[in-house]
Ligand binder design. Structure first.
Ligand SMILES: Nc1ncnc2c1ncn2[C@@H]1O[C@H](COP(=O)(O)OP(=O)(O)O)[C@@H](O)[C@H]1O
Ligand SMILES: [Mg+2]
Length: 248
């Protein structure tokens, strides 16, 4: 089981939207996928139309051997399951802090490794103990970035942070909510990959279709499968797979 974390220190950059659509795309290919919503706001749980309820909360997830397996819910899609978040996840950091090592999330993930080919983590925006656990557990950090100067700084901060992480994951940035009519967006999406060749080639465009996800509570790759958004998410998943080819 490979672990892909949708991560950025910043909020509102497209982590959840990308996680939900990419997980759906991967499941369409026959890949057995689990999406773990790690954010107490529970946005990806909401988008899949599931209740934000984890029996016993995050304390039980961490304490009981089989609790992760038991908390998993199906979605409306074959090959795609969800581990929901609920409000208890706001204590995730405190619960993990009780352990000296940052390997707990990896340990919990490994309890379902036989059931899935891919685990996607929809991360909250922070650089917390939970984030350190994510960085320890994940094979790949997929980092959505807005094409703005401040976002680019965040990329350097995350890269720097990863330098101190043992067995750090591969970091794959991509541009999210791109509006090619804006000259700054155009300039940044052209210039950044020249300095950072690891940048994924696909850009996710800015689109009002994404707002529809809140109403339909479904990925746009399902409700509007021929839209340019859907095409972009398919292409992004292909880029990710190409980038990790050969990853042990
Ligand atoms: N490609 C996009 N086009 C337009 N709006 C988007 C796009 N991606 C995300 N959004 C909107 O931006 C906001 C933040 O997106 P979200 O995926 O929740 O970010 P994060 O998980 O990083 O906080 C949400 O209101 C979402 O609907
Ligand atoms: Mg989110």
């Amino acid at each position: 089981m490979k672990i892909f974390a949708f991560y950025n220190l910043k909020g509102g950059v497209g982590k959840t939207t990308t996680a939900v659509n990419v997980a759906h795309v991967a499941s369409l290919m026959g890949t057995r996928c689990l999406l773990w919503d790690l954010d107490p706001q529970g946005a990806s749980t909401f988008y899949f139309g599931r209740k934000a309820k984890v029996k016993g909360g995050v304390e039980r997830l961490v304490a009981k051997e089989k609790a992760v397996q038991k908390a998993i819910k199906g979605t409306d899609y074959p090959n795609l399951d969800l581990l929901p978040a609920d409000f208890s996840y706001r204590h995730f950091d405190d619960v993990l802090e009780e352990f000296k090592s940052t390997k707990q999330l990896g340990r919990l993930s490994s309890t379902v490794k036989k059931d899935y080919d891919v685990l996607f983590l929809d991360c909250p925006p922070s650089l917390s103990h939970l984030s350190e656990n994510v960085m320890r557990a994940a094979d790949v950090l997929i980092m959505p970035m807005l094409p703005t100067t401040l976002s680019l700084r965040t990329y350097d901060q995350v890269s720097e942070f990863l330098q101190d992480v043992k067995k750090a994951p591969m970091l794959l940035p991509f541009f999210s909510m791109v509006d090619r009519r804006k000259s700054m967006h155009k300039d940044i999406v052209t210039a950044f990959p020249k300095e950072h060749p690891e940048t994924l080639a696909t850009h996710i465009p800015y689109s009002s279709l994404v707002e529809k996800m809140g109403l339909s509570r479904a990925p746009v790759t399902d409700t509007s499968p021929k839209s340019r958004m859907a095409v972009a998410y398919h292409s992004l998943w292909q880029d990710i797979q190409d980038a990790v080819t050969g990853l042990a």
